[in-house]
Every structure is written in C-alpha cells, then in structure tokens.
Design a protein around this ligand. Sequence first.
Ligand SMILES: Cc1cc2nc3c(=O)[nH]c(=O)nc-3n(C[C@H](O)[C@H](O)[C@H](O)COP(=O)(O)OP(=O)(O)OC[C@H]3O[C@@H](n4cnc5c(N)ncnc54)[C@H](O)[C@@H]3O)c2cc1C
Length: 266
Amino acid sequence: MYAFDYQRASDAQGAVKTLSGDADAKYLGGGQSLLAAMKLRLAQPSTLVDVTRIPDLKALFVDGRVVKVGAAVCHADVAENAEVQNALPALAQLAAGIGDRQVRALGTLGGSLANNDPAADYPAAVLALNATVVTDRRRIAADDFFRGMYETALEPDELIVAVEFPVPERAAYEKFKNPASHFALTGVFVAKAADGKVRVAVTGAAPSVFRAQALEQALAANFTPAAARAVTLAADDLNTDLHASAAYRAHLIPVLAARAVTKATG
Ligand SMILES: Cc1cc2nc3c(=O)[nH]c(=O)nc-3n(C[C@H](O)[C@H](O)[C@H](O)COP(=O)(O)OP(=O)(O)OC[C@H]3O[C@@H](n4cnc5c(N)ncnc54)[C@H](O)[C@@H]3O)c2cc1C
C-alpha cells in the first residue's frame, strides 16, 4: 500500500464535491475490489471518500411493487431482509450467494455495479429486472448502464445513491460458480413481468453482462424449462479462460436458464 487520504462522507453532496474537485479521488464502498486493486497498484487514488455511512445510501425498503436498495447496503443485509425475501426472493438469494460471509458483510450494491466485474452477480439482476440506477444527478436505465468490461455509464465523480428494482411476476437466478471465489463462471437471471415480457441477463460469460435475446423470445412464447433448454447459443463472443471455454459457457447458459425457470415457477 502507499499513502492516501481517507475521508468519511456524511452526505452525498459532500462526497460528490470532494470527487469533483480531485480527479484522483475515489469513492470507497466495502473496499472488496478497490483495496485489492490498490494493493496490486492497479488503482492509486489520492483520497478515498467512504460513502458507507451516508444515510440515503443505507436505505432498504419495499415500496409497493418496487424494491429500493441503497448503494451502500451490503450484500448480507439484502440477503437477510425479510421484506426483500418476501417481495423479490430472487434478489435476496442472489445476494446470499455472493462471495463468502466477510465479502457479504462488507461488499455493497453500489460498489459492485460501479465496478462492473464481468463475473459479478448483481449486474445480472439489474439488467434482467429492468432496474433503474439512481445517482446523485440522474436516473439510468439498466439497458444504458453497463458499457463493457469494468465500464459503466457513470461519470468519474458520479455517485450511485440507490437502485430501484421493479418486482416481476416471476424471477430466479442460477449461477455456476467458481468454487474458490464464488464469482459466476456463468450466471443467468430470468425475469417475467406481469405483461408477459421476459428478460434474461447473463453474467460471467462475456466481457460484460448482456441480455440473451434468443432465450427471451423462447421464454416469452413458452415459459418452461424445456423452451430454455431448446435454445442454442453461439460461442463467438463468449469468454475462454482457465476456468472454461467459450463453448462450455455457451452450453451452460440455456442449462442455467432452464434451472432458473424451474425455480421461478416452482
Ligand atoms: C474473495 C471475494 C469474493 C467475491 N465473490 C463475489 C461473488 O461471488 N459475486 C459477486 O458479485 N461479487 C463478488 N465479490 C465482489 C464483492 O461482491 C464486492 O461487492 C465488490 O468487490 C465491490 O463492492 P464494494 O462495496 O466492496 O466496492 P469497493 O471495492 O469499495 O469499490 C469498487 C468500485 O466502486 C466504486 N464505488 C463504490 N461505491 C460507489 C458508489 N456508491 N457510487 C459510485 N461508485 C462507487 C469505487 O470507487 C470503486 O471504483 C467478491 C470479492 C472478493 C474479495
């Protein structure tokens, strides 16, 4: 590690002011990705602005058909929240499957989304549920938020305040996890809205989370595991790494989608 300043923000306005005045400053969530990047010298911020004590970013509640999760809410709090478990169990279950106990106690929704790791779980929920990312200055639709590997639509000093997840008619998430980190080797989130529209988001398989349109069409016509399993996906744009080939991931996606449909309809 090297020397840097640490500030604890008490409100969103103050946090944004610090970052807008210093191009080398960064927000600090749970530090589960940023501190590791700093240790590897992949990031060398001048100042860390801790946003985890800002009350607006700690809010977590269900408002009618919307689950609103503050950016600084840790994964364990989403997993264990009775209102979330009741309104949107797929989201609570996804949060419960992130990393290990320590990662879930520290890692935050905002940090996960701003980081946009190709294998992170939350981006799949945000995209499949057609959620809205609320920042200090605007509302960003899920389809516009994820731009590529570790890239998002956020401006350098833009602060995620919360995410609004509409409650679907049915939803479930299935991941084939890396046994060491629990990151998604491939993960598939399936959501069916009350109007019959289906959104399927895939994480872990490509440089960034993406929607699988072939699966969406097949499941909109017939929301069954068999319909998902019958879909064949090309491996062309998928990742090959030491954990799995692109062809293996292409095979996994319909398999996981079918399991998610089984869970969502069970
Ligand atoms: C061992 C291990 C296992 C893990 N396994 C999984 C897993 O299975 N699935 C998974 O999805 N994730 C996994 N993670 C990642 C973890 O879930 C964290 O959520 C993630 O690292 C980032 O969240 P954080 O709060 O720690 O963010 P930080 O590391 O503090 O920050 C990450 C980035 O987000 C920015 N940031 C933070 N908060 C905000 C905000 N409110 N607005 C704008 N920018 C912000 C920071 O400036 C930084 O650039 C794992 C991590 C570890 C260390």
